[in-house]
Design a protein around this ligand. Structure first.
Ligand SMILES: NC(=O)c1ccc[n+]([C@@H]2O[C@H](COP(=O)([O-])OP(=O)(O)OC[C@H]3O[C@@H](n4cnc5c(N)ncnc54)[C@H](OP(=O)(O)O)[C@@H]3O)[C@@H](O)[C@H]2O)c1
Length: 271
């Protein structure tokens, strides 16, 4: 059974989720409410998706059984202060704000009796290819957690984790697209350096990354096994692989993820 859902914040991530939920027919536009102060975004979400925009927090919280908060972490305190008089412990609160732990919401709302689900999605959700890490507090039932999983599965895949692993997820999949974009950019620059046009280099780099990821997904083999399929004796790929090994390519990526994880922990402590 789907309940009525409300979004606080109608920006990029909210739009991706709404698009996915509508495409998967999890909700109809009539069952989706939105609070969004930005007039341009509000009008766009109304005209493009037929959502119902509400200004009053009181009406919003009385209409919605599930509330998904999709604002920047910097404005979260303000949003929770406006919501606090109307939140009841039967509401399911889902938040996608980076870095803010569940305890932050409990403190701001003045009780640990609320149902809070914290999610770390990533930007490929914009094209329904996202990866979302989901955790919740003890007040959320398995059935309620399933509702959140359904929403994030509509824009990609989701993984259930204990909250202690959310910083790890932030460093791996939350920030992950940034590392992949850097890798693609480097491949494109390399292609141009060896004489390809930008168009050809971009087309080939993007499809190479997409294709390699799809191959691994389909074959379900260890990446070293798949790599061995392209590294023929005395060939080009093993020569390049040797160079990457000497430069510590894997170590650099592992360090980068660890740095992002530590940064996420540090930001969480500041909240
Ligand atoms: N984008 C990502 O890669 C990504 C990945 C993982 C998690 N997240 C998290 O997702 C959340 C949303 O990110 P986003 O990229 O979608 O941000 P966004 O595009 O800036 O959307 C946030 C929206 O919330 C609106 N807003 C500001 N104050 C508000 C308030 N008091 N009440 C209701 N709405 C308010 C903003 O309006 P104004 O523009 O007028 O301020 C904006 O339209 C963030 O917490 C972020 O940490 C994002």
């Amino acid at each position: 059974m789907n309940k009525q859902i409300g979004f606080i914040g109608g920006g990029q991530m909210a739009e991706a989720l709404i698009k996915g939920m509508l495409a998967a027919k999890l909700y109809s536009a009539d069952d989706i409410y939105l609070i969004e102060p930005n007039t341009i975004r509000r009008e766009l979400m109304e005209s493009k998706y037929g959502l119902q925009c509400i200004e009053s927090h009181e009406k919003f919280w009385s209409e919605c059984d599930i509330v998904l908060i999709a604002v920047k972490p910097q404005v979260m305190s303000k949003v929770l202060a406006a919501a606090q008089p109307f939140v009841t412990d039967d509401k399911i609160i889902i938040t996608i704000a980076a870095g803010l732990p569940i305890s932050f919401y409990e403190t701001q709302l003045g009780s640990n009796g609320f149902k809070i689900i914290r999610v770390m999605p990533n930007t490929p959700a914009l094209v329904l290819e996202g990866t979302s890490a989901i955790c919740c507090n003890n007040n959320v039932t398995d059935k309620e957690l399933q509702i959140a999983e359904n929403i994030f599965n509509a824009v990609g895949i989701s993984v259930l984790l204990d909250e202690t692993y959310l910083d790890a997820a932030t460093g791996l999949s939350g920030s992950g697209p940034a590392y992949v974009f850097s890798f693609i950019e480097a491949l494109i620059d390399a292609g141009i350096k060896v004489g390809l046009t930008r168009y050809s280099a971009e087309t080939m780099a993007v499809q190479t990354v997409l294709g390699a990821a799809r191959l691994m997904e389909k074959e379900k083999k260890h990446p070293a096994v798949l790599r061995s399929m392209v590294t023929s004796p005395g060939g080009t790929s093993i020569a390049a692989h040797h160079f990457l090994e000497k430069k510590g390519f894997n170590g650099i990526i592992m360090d980068a993820v660890e740095i992002a994880v530590n940064k996420s922990i540090e930001l969480g402590k500041q909240s």
